[in-house]
Design a protein around this ligand. Structure first.
Ligand code: F6R
Length: 259
């Protein structure tokens, strides 16, 4: 794992945007997009770069997860959020922005179809991730199998509370989601997890330096040959080896590029 500690949110976003921009040099880049607050600064930075000439016209995107039970087009559905915050503001073809099919007649069928769509597209090049306060990635809550595939999950009350800030009424937060599994996420070629703020310090320390365990789903990144964790000082504040990570990054050889 590569741990990059940045002074602030903007510096973190700039590094994550560099990684995405490098992937966009491919003829058919496949991006894995997360929602929530963590990647917002990265999306703003990519929009800024798009205004300066960066094109996403040849890219395809897959969302990590989606709520079950919101009506189609609901403002807080992840499909709406990603459009509003990112994809509608760049030149990616909206038809190539994919979300789990939570409105299909068969949800298990939609899960299989989503896996198949990712596979047929050639797999995800760069998967952006946030981390929940309980350590979830996607909506793989604690005790999710580290080999899990796209499926229906029930949110913990703690995750529902965390996400209530986006809804007028906390009761509106759905109980169920359709999420890529941990096994699905681990098949992406490069995992990039971004976390900022003091509330992420504990889950980051456990995910990076704690044991590999289904109780801390983000610890599954320890299994991946190419995982980059980008954190600001506040989110890095409980990392025991922070000085080592700073030294590694300062000495990163120039031939070690993002592609
Ligand atoms: C969102 C997702 C979640 C969030 C996590 C952190 O698509 O998959 O895992 O990344 O809940 O959310 P924020 O960034 O809002 O703290």
């Amino acid at each position: 794992m590569e741990i990059i500690i940045t002074p602030d949110v903007e510096a973190a976003a700039s590094i994550v945007a560099d990684i995405v921009e490098a992937a966009l040099a491919k003829p058919h880049p496949i991006l894995g997009l997360a929602t929530g607050s963590s990647p917002l600064a990265t999306y703003r930075e990519l929009i800024r770069r798009h205004e300066g000439g960066l094109s996403l016209a040849h890219a395809t995107a897959f969302l990590l997860d989606e709520y079950i039970g919101l009506e189609p087009g609901h403002a807080e559905s992840y499909r709406s959020v990603i459009g509003r915050e990112f994809t509608d503001q760049v030149d990616i073809d909206p038809a190539r922005v994919h979300a789990p099919g939570v409105h299909e007649a068969s949800l298990p069928g939609a899960c299989g179809a989503y896996e198949e769509a990712i596979r047929k597209a050639g797999g995800v090049d760069v998967q952006l991730l946030g981390i929940g306060n309980d350590g979830h990635i996607g909506f793989n809550e604690p005790t999710s199998s580290l080999g899990s595939r796209t499926r229906i999950k029930t949110l913990t009350e703690s995750s529902r509370r965390d996400n209530a800030r986006f809804f007028d009424d906390p009761e509106e937060v759905p109980h169920h989601v359709l999420t890529q599994g941990i096994g699905t996420i681990l098949e992406s070629r490069h995992l990039v997890l971004v976390a900022t703020g003091a509330s992420k310090a504990e889950p980051i320390a456990l995910a990076v330096e704690g044991p590999l365990t289904a109780m801390m789903p983000a610890s599954a990144l320890q299994l991946h040959p190419r995982a980059t964790i980008v954190v600001d000082e506040a989110a890095a504040s409980k990392l025991k080896l922070a000085d080592y990570y700073r030294d590694v990054f300062a000495r990163k050889p120039s031939w070690q590029t993002w592609t």
